[in-house]
Design a protein around this ligand. Structure first.
Ligand code: F6R
Length: 612
């Protein structure tokens, strides 16, 4: 949450800050600001988007070759001009941006107030900044040393970048829990929450680690010390990100582009992982851990949101193919529940961003109790990718729309490959089924192409339902997580209340909701529980519910009773979530558009949830 950027070099900084903030707006978009140094510190900030910030700076002096910028997702204090970042220190000599949460800020604020400090905002960030100023003044220390000492008094998460009027040639940054990347080019340095603002200027980056403090000066370049003051030699990574992946490429929204990218992104998730003749599946990143996974007492999957839904699909896959017991946990519950974790448990952490605070904390907990942790992440080099013992990237490419689409299908693809490989190795997946599944998996991208061709039909359907106030999504077996994911997509971008349920649970409560006003989306492909789901549809119709059904191509039974059907190509039921989730993404997209919602940046949400 919150996107931060910084620059020190020879060029004018303002264009980089604005462009960088726009790239990071997916992380938060309730207010934005920049601070630049040009003799004096110029600070501009406002409630709203980066475009609003551009409006207020239009006729202002934005010169300077050192500067910082911020796009906010509010944690402490309302989204307004005052709480927007950057913040000035009490004396106005230091200016800072912050992503994260300072948990002990109330106590720190009281102490600072008793020492005469006044606060302009309600933010925890301003407290941290004044603490830094206080340490600097009290101990008469250089700014970077004051940052190091102040941070040792802080409980919580932070990525900060700051500079001061007194040290016009220096930018200081530090991180714990929240990400920070430093881009290095000739005579210039770029800082950002992720590599997307940096990639078009340099491909050489350093990922700052937790409890590291970087001092970047024009004369001496980049120096990193730990919070214990040990010097660190920066490790320079080469970025592989493509700039085109960060643009809309002719689509109206990133979400639509990402939905349409799925045939390609699924191919990328499979690339190099299935042998040419289809007889072997291997994920390089976990090869050395497969025996450990097979010997595991159980697999515990930890994730949040859509990634948790991918985890639920994986529960079916791992149990079905490899006969390993699986539990799927919300990371936020797991981390605080005092869970029983054995050394022979294997944890699989799933995360698109690789930065989700709860998932990271759950990983640390599992590691501290001796469990092996495998990551399934999209963002290369992310905190979760680095915190896990081993893992596989999903290779979906940058996902910028806040609602996850291609990342979900890429996660399910990688988890399917894992389950196939493990089932084969263990001997629980007969050759015939393995071969058929691999064959079907390779055909998924072209089958999704066919679903995408029904976009116009789905758009027409959305016109019938865009003003509904509630939706119910039902599915059984492999289609149950798809129902949950379909409901989440709809509620997060269209603000229609939607619930996902296992179809058979309907009669234990949700059936009471059904009347002619209630659209019910039933995911009913030809699969193990098909007849039972057909009975559920009959039950809904008997109560005058309106049924929209996702069915297998050529289905004759459901199409007779449902009000509307979207046909999808047939595949093995274990792979059906990869296909059946796509029309639901399109349905949500079109409904949200008709309701004039901002599909790429839905209210109150942020793409990367780096606070708990
Ligand atoms: C929903 C969505 C969120 C994320 C969740 C976890 O469309 O995007 O529910 O899935 O915040 O994020 P990651 O996968 O980055 O850990």
């Amino acid at each position: 949450m919150c996107g931060i950027v910084g620059y020190i070099g020879e060029k004018q900084v303002y264009p980089f800050l604005i462009k960088g903030l726009k790239r990071l707006e997916y992380r938060g978009y309730d207010s934005a600001g920049v601070a630049l140094l040009n003799g004096d510190i110029k600070l501009y900030k406002c409630k709203g988007k980066v475009a609003d910030l551009e409006k207020i700076t239009k006729d202002q002096d934005t010169k300077g070759s050192i500067g910082i910028g911020h796009t906010r997702w509010a944690t402490h204090g309302l989204p307004n001009d005052v709480n927007a970042h950057p913040h000035f220190s009490d004396s106005k000599s230091i200016v800072m941006i912050h992503n994260g949460i300072i948990e002990n800020y109330t106590a720190l604020r009281k102490t600072l107030e008793s020492r005469g400090y006044t606060f302009r905002s309600e933010t925890d960030s301003e407290v941290l900044l004044n603490l830094i100023e206080d340490v600097q003044k009290k101990e008469k220390l250089p700014l970077n040393e004051a940052v190091r000492i102040a941070l040792s008094e802080v409980v919580g998460a932070y990525a900060i970048v700051l500079f001061s009027k007194e040290n016009p040639d220096q930018l200081i940054a530090a991180k714990k829990g929240s990400p920070l990347v430093i881009g290095i080019s000739k005579d210039e340095y770029f800082l950002a929450s992720d590599a997307t603002p940096i990639v078009e200027y340099t491909r050489e980056v350093v990922y700052l680690e937790d409890l590291e403090i970087a001092t970047i000066s024009r004369k001496e370049g980049l120096k990193i010390v730990t919070i214990k003051n040990q010097e660190i030699t920066p490790y320079i990574h080469a970025l592989e990100l493509q700039i085109e992946a960060l643009e809309k490429g002719g689509y109206e929204h990133f979400m639509l582009k990402e939905i349409y990218e799925q045939p390609r992104s699924i191919k990328d998730s499979m690339r190099g992982r299935i042998s040419e003749d289809g007889s072997r599946v291997a994920l390089g990143g976990i090869k050395d851990y497969e025996d450990k996974i097979l010997a595991a007492r159980r697999i515990i999957i930890i994730a949040c949101g859509t990634s948790w839904h991918a985890g639920l699909v994986a529960e079916y896959l791992f149990e079905d193919f490899a006969r390993i017991p699986v539990e799927v946990e919300y990371a936020s519950e797991f981390r605080y529940r005092n869970p029983v974790i054995y050394e022979d448990d294997v944890i699989i952490a799933i995360s698109q961003s690789g930065e989700t605070a709860d998932t990271l904390a759950a990983i640390e907990l599992a590691k501290s109790q001796g469990a092996t942790v495998i990551g399934v992440c999209n963002v290369v080099g992310s905190s979760i990718a680095r915190a896990t013992h081993a893992g596989s990237y999903t290779h979906a490419g940058p996902e910028i729309g806040v609602a996850s689409t291609k990342a979900f299908t890429a996660q399910v693809t990688v988890l399917t490959l894992m389950a196939l490989s493990l089932g084969r190795k263990k001997g629980t997946l007969p050759d015939q089924r393995f071969n058929r599944l691999v064959d079907d998996l390779k055909k998924i991208p072209s089958k999704i192409e066919k679903v995408l061709k029904q976009n116009d039909k789905i758009e027409r359907l959305s016109k019938l339902f865009f003003d509904a106030t509630n939706f119910l999504y039902l599915g059984r077996g492999y289609s149950f997580p798809v129902a949950l994911e379909g409901a989440l997509k709809l509620k997060e971008i269209s603000y229609i209340h939607a619930e996902g349920y296992p179809a058979a649970e309907m009669k234990h409560g949700p059936i009471a909701l059904i009347d002619e006003q209630m659209p019910v989306v039933v995911i009913a492909p030809r699969a193990t529980h098909y007849e039972k789901v057909v009975s559920n549809i009959q039950e809904i119709k008997a109560r005058k519910g309106v049924v929209i059904s996702i069915v297998t191509q050529g289905d004759k039974v459901v199409s007779e009773i449902a009000d509307h059907c979207i046909e999808v190509p047939d595949t093995d039921e274990a792979l059906m979530p990869l296909i059946s989730s796509v029309p639901l993404q399109l349905l949500s997209y079109h409904i949200a558009l008709l309701r004039e919602c901002n599909v790429d940046q839905p209210r109150n949400l942020a793409k990367s949830v780096t606070v708990e």
